[in-house]
Design a protein around this ligand. Structure first.
Ligand code: SAM
Ligand code: SF4
Length: 472
């Protein structure tokens, strides 16, 4: 039985509720009155239920689909402006005891070189990332209680935060590691992580069990209930996602929104971010075996409707996507982007010279961070290296309240400009610098609050004089 307030995975992600929502979506795909009423509700910017969202996903009316696109762009603009938060992943270890059939790190893959970074090597990787200009990382690791115990992860987080090289600093470490215990989540919270990220991969229990034949991750309920445990352990910013292409996308789309609804109802805070990875080719992984791949068109529609359904949740797109797709989804709702990423252990520096046959997946967007920043600026976006909210304690429901009141724009916009300025002074190529300085000038003019504008301008000139790390 579907129960949004249940602590049990099979009840808050109820299979029959998902299936009947999909049916409802299909039945109403041409129901213009219903679709229009859902769009009108969405225009109040309070989000949509999973049932309403699937109707929009199914909608086959050309003019109404155009309205959906326009509304997602409006919501993106209203809550996120033209800021795009930048980050990069750091792979610590590809030792893994799980057997995820889509991931080359799986235990049975004997051909992949297994690597685990020492603290000294982590330092080297982080210096390389700092020298690119990154301030925010997503820590990634396989699951292996012997090779990568929680103590290793905690020590690594501490190492990362403490590396100060030139003007560089990693100011926020988000963590993407396997589902764990409340006690371990508490330790991660104490280590001052930003967001705890865990992808569900698929919400379909049967498919999940087939895709995860052995290892701790094979336990569907333990994995699906992980965010509840993370919140119990004190982590209030959690990031969810599915790996599109594993199961049928409608099922996972509805499941993702039901998960978000559950977290909001049961824990009082919805997810901080939603990631929308699509499965990619990799060593030992034959994409022909995964027949549920989704087209760019469906992918873009999913992003659009997520933007409408959960207006206050950030949407993350990685370098799994091409430049072209990234450009499209930026308009429709994406608020965070990775740049210059490597998905192999030590890929930035320690093992940078080696062939990347140990990568987790092939990257589609292989541009450097500077190229990505240059491209964003040319498109009129402000690449933001801001980490202020989390450092000011604006997390969980405090963050959500600020976003909902529209107040966040008063900090995010100037913070984006300030951190872009730091990037331009310390890391940018001449061309990026030139374009970026112009953008900052134009964008500063648009700040409406005179006091905020004056302070931001002051910070920017102090950065020019060598000072760093200002924030609102
Ligand atoms: N090992 C942890 C786990 O599985 O939750 C966390 C990190 S894992 C390195 C990060 C994510 O990469 C996985 O959750 C999965 O969705 C994604 N991934 C695995 N194989 C992939 C592939 N072939 N293409 C795209 N993404 C993949
Ligand atoms: Fe291990 Fe994660 Fe890859 Fe699964 S997805 S094999 S748990 S690294």
């Amino acid at each position: 039985m579907y129960n949004i307030m249940s602590a049990k995975a099979e009840e808050f992600i109820d299979d029959s509720e998902i299936l009947s929502s999909i049916e409802y979506g299909k039945e109403n795909k041409s129901n213009r009155e219903l679709i229009k009423s859902i769009l009108n509700k969405a225009r109040e910017f309070k989000g949509l239920s999973h049932r309403e969202a699937i109707v929009l996903l199914e909608c086959d009316q050309e003019d109404l689909n155009a309205e959906i696109t326009a509304l997602s762009m409006e919501i993106k603009e209203k809550f996120y402006g033209n800021r795009i938060v930048m980050f990069a992943p750091i792979y610590l270890s590809n030792y893994c005891v799980n057997n995820c059939t889509y991931c080359p790190f799986h235990y049975k893959n004997k051909t992949i070189p297994r690597k685990k970074l020492t603290q000294e090597e982590i330092k080297q990787e982080v210096i390389a990332l700092q020298d690119m200009g990154h301030k925010r990382l997503a820590l990634e690791s396989g699951e292996d209680p012997v090779n990568n115990p929680i103590e290793y992860i905690l020590e690594s987080i501490n190492t990362i935060y403490n590396i100060k090289h030139k003007n560089g600093a990693i100011r926020r470490v988000n963590v993407n590691i396997a589902a764990t215990t409340v006690e371990n989540y508490r330790k991660l919270k104490e280590a001052e992580i930003g967001t705890y990220i865990l992808f569900q991969e698929t919400y379909n229990k049967k498919a999940y069990e087939e895709l995860h034949p052995s290892g701790p991750k094979a336990n569907y309920a333990y994995h699906t209930e992980a965010m509840d445990r993370a919140m119990e352990g004190g982590i209030d910013d959690v990031g969810i996602g599915v790996l599109f292409g594993l199961e049928l996308y409608r099922y996972d789309f509805v499941g993702l929104l039901m998960h978000a609804e559950h977290l909001e109802a049961y824990k009082g805070v919805g997810p901080h971010t939603i990631s929308v990875p699509r499965i990619r080719p990799a060593e030992d992984i034959n994409l022909d075996e995964f027949t549920n791949a989704i087209s760019d068109e469906i992918f873009e529609k999913i992003v659009s409707i997520l933007r409408i359904a959960v207006p206050y949740t950030g949407i993350i797109v990685s370098t799994r996507e091409s430049k072209k797709v990234r450009e499209n989804v930026l308009k429709l709702g994406v608020s965070q982007l990775s740049g210059g990423s490597k998905t192999d252990v030590g890929g930035y520096s320690v093992y940078a010279e080696e062939e990347d046959e140990s990568a987790q997946f092939d990257i589609e967007d292989t541009r450097t961070l500077d190229e990505v920043v240059n491209w964003l600026v040319s498109l009129g976006y402000i690449p933001s290296f801001c980490t202020a909210c989390y450092r000011e304690g604006r997390t969980g429901d405090r963050f959500m309240k600020l976003v909902k009141s529209g107040q966040i724009a008063n900090c995010c916009q100037p913070n984006a400009l300030i951190t872009l300025k730091e990037y331009l002074c310390d890391y940018a190529s001449e061309d990026t610098k030139k374009k970026g300085i112009e953008l900052i000038k134009t964008e500063l003019e648009k700040v409406t609050n005179p006091k905020v504008k004056e302070t931001a301008a002051k910070f920017i000139s102090q950065i020019e004089n060598g000072e760093r790390d200002f924030r609102f």
